[in-house]
Design a protein around this ligand. Sequence first.
Ligand SMILES: [Mg+2]
Length: 224
Amino acid sequence: MKNIPLISFDLDGTLVEPTYVNLVWERGIPELYAQKNHITLEQATARVMSEYERVGDGSLIWYDIKYWFDFFDLRGDWKGLLEEHRKEIRLFPEVKDVLEELKEDFELIVTSNAAREFVEMEIKETGISPYFSRIFSATSDFGQVKKIPQFYKKICEIMGVSPSQMIHVGDHYEFDFLVPKELGMKACYLDRNGTKPKDGFTIKNLKGFVHLLKEFREKDNMIL
Ligand SMILES: [Mg+2]
């Protein structure tokens, strides 16, 4: 077991603004579909969205851009589409400072739900890869569509830590907060839009997360 505590970050909505991913799925693919079928963007968007819905995010293929290129028989390739919008990839403003501060005392990893193609593009474009010792994709690395307990268990095993040595932070209430907590990990819920009542584990941005870590240290004398 390692002595240094591990912090696990969700990626989309936590480190990286959701603009890019939304653009690719909700704008880029409908545009290609409209061009190919000579229909309006509005019609194409409606058709594409209804197909996404039909498959649903409980299915692995929902996350698989290669599948959708084949399914809609789109011209060009998915890599081109990811490239085309890469300038829209942006970190939330506080992220660099927070990573810079935390890297001194913690080992940092990324645990994302997104497919590896997206994760890699986002990490590369933002230049944050040197902060992280590992970057995991639930869908691509483990064939799991959600960050379920087995996902976090597997991460702990691979990283050689017990759940109590790992702290996870992310913006999905169930998969980034309730699930890791259930496993005995410390978890913080990142509620950037303030949708949930505030409690001792809810933060509005990652600066708040750094404060919370300091509080944990004082209160519990935990691992930190
Ligand atoms: Mg997220």
